[in-house]
Write a protein that binds this ligand. Sequence first.
Ligand SMILES: Cc1cc2nc3c(=O)[nH]c(=O)nc-3n(C[C@H](O)[C@H](O)[C@H](O)COP(=O)(O)OP(=O)(O)OC[C@H]3O[C@@H](n4cnc5c(N)ncnc54)[C@H](O)[C@@H]3O)c2cc1C
Length: 408
Amino acid sequence: MGGGYAGGYVARLLGKRGATIVSPENFMLFTPLLPEAASGTLEPRHVVVPLRMMCPHAELLLGRAVAIDRDRQRVQVETEEDLFWIGYSNLVLALGSISRTLPVPGLAEHGLGFKDLADAIQLRNHVLRRLEAAVAAANEQHRRRELTFVFVGAGYAGVEALAELSDLVRDALRFYPSLRHEQQQWVLVDAAPKILPEIPTRLGDYAAELLARRGVDIRVNTTLGAAEAHAVVLSDGARILTNTLVWTAGVRAHPVLGELGLPLDERGRIPVRPTLQTEFDERVWALGDCARVPNEATPEHPDPPTCQHALRQARRLAKNLKGERRPYRYRMLGQVATLGRYRGIADVLGLRFRGFLGWWITRTYHLYQLPLLTRKLRVLTDWTVALFFRRDIVELRTLGHPRGLRDE
Ligand SMILES: Cc1cc2nc3c(=O)[nH]c(=O)nc-3n(C[C@H](O)[C@H](O)[C@H](O)COP(=O)(O)OP(=O)(O)OC[C@H]3O[C@@H](n4cnc5c(N)ncnc54)[C@H](O)[C@@H]3O)c2cc1C
């Protein structure tokens, strides 16, 4: 169940043994490239991989798992038209996660998420619309508000999204002569004492310095107190006028797990054994963001929710399903992130790279990880085009929302 990073890879690695994937979408989203889809460097369709091409031997059912009957080894699936049961001999749960929001007043109404392709497209359109709104603003205060962008959550997703979108705005402003000399404000807020807490201190410090040099206002040890239609209020009392609040403060296991009646840990994840079988049923397996996966290489803590770990878990799970069952073990080889404008950070096998080299290693690593040669070529073409041509700045808010046959 689930055709995301973990589920897609398990089905691919099972090869001719075959599998049935139940997924609401017919593609796997390659999230490490999502910030570049948001900024328009990459065509959004190129950061997703069609499941039917990725897993040619698997059957794909477009729908959602809504119930599990473990006694009769079957799952209830809801599709656009129907509701029916399908049987299983082994059930793999890879249902991923959703944005972890907090009960902050106004957040649900005024915050923008950054978790999937729809979020990325919405964010790009929103940011471009802010530039149009700034041109048409009635006064200086309104113009400032339109050109102020607040990101809450300074992990990978938040930092990379901010860096990419600020590049988009910088490039787009060439075509907005009346805004060229206007000041923009980019604010990055996090409750932790530093940004990118998951990476080595020196690289994290470099990232913070680089962003600060570009004018990003980094506010650590700070949380979001409230969100309003045209402002955010921070825990230190600061009130920032803005029409853009992006929430990237972590994820939590998908809430559907609770509805499926499965035993969960205190963070809503499915606890699994080292073989990736669930503790309650050896025919039910779980991995990825929705599972609490113990790792023999890091016995002190379970795996974090990352693609790197999901992929290694998928490899082990597919092997375990095929034959001899071994415990999962993976030592992380490194971490990478881009910071926009040809800058990045990479920590690979204990070697640390930053600046242009860090950026190049990050891109090369993502390209290597992206499944399917055709996808790799499309991304490579987009990157090459982006080197020579100006960024596209059309705002397609109506995309996917046709007027249909309505009169007005
Ligand atoms: C913006 C962003 C950037 C990221 N960047 C990186 C990065 O650079 N490096 C890195 O290592 N990690 C990164 N991550 C984390 C990474 O994306 C996740 O750890 C990874 O996707 C986990 O894989 P998964 O299969 O568990 O979940 P997902 O990839 O989220 O897949 C879960 C799937 O389950 C489906 N599903 C949900 N409910 C049901 C249901 N009821 N029935 C059937 N299917 C269902 C969903 O539609 C989805 O397709 C990033 C995450 C985000 C949001």
